[in-house]
Ligand binder design. Structure first.
Ligand SMILES: [Zn+2]
Length: 99
């Protein structure tokens, strides 16, 4: 594979991830479930309600839509700010209520 081909593949993958994320965000209501933020999709993240599984969505973008959907059911859509707050609360042992 030439350098250009590699770049093409990388672009394809990131484009696919972007589309998956767009779809997931729409399915999840298109805005932060805590504060309603909806300005910028890249500032929206998925928080796993089961904190031990944190971050899995981004790892399974290459495993097919069905798998992604299943995983997404266990998450809530929050903005980056609220996401950090949730983690801060979890760290200090506070109970986090999502809705
Ligand atoms: Zn928020």
């Amino acid at each position: 594979m030439t350098w250009k081909d590699k770049k093409k593949v990388a672009n394809y993958i990131s484009e696919r991830r972007r589309k998956y994320k767009q779809k997931l965000v729409e399915l999840k209501g298109g805005k932060c479930q805590l504060c309603g933020y909806a300005k910028c999709i890249t500032a929206l993240e998925f928080h796993h309600k089961d904190s031990s599984k944190e971050g899995q969505i981004s790892k399974i973008y290459n495993r097919g839509w069905e798998r992604i959907l299943k995983e997404a059911e266990k998450t809530i859509l929050v903005c980056a700010n609220c996401h950090r707050e949730i983690h801060e609360k979890q760290k200090s042992g506070e109970t986090v209520t999502y809705f």
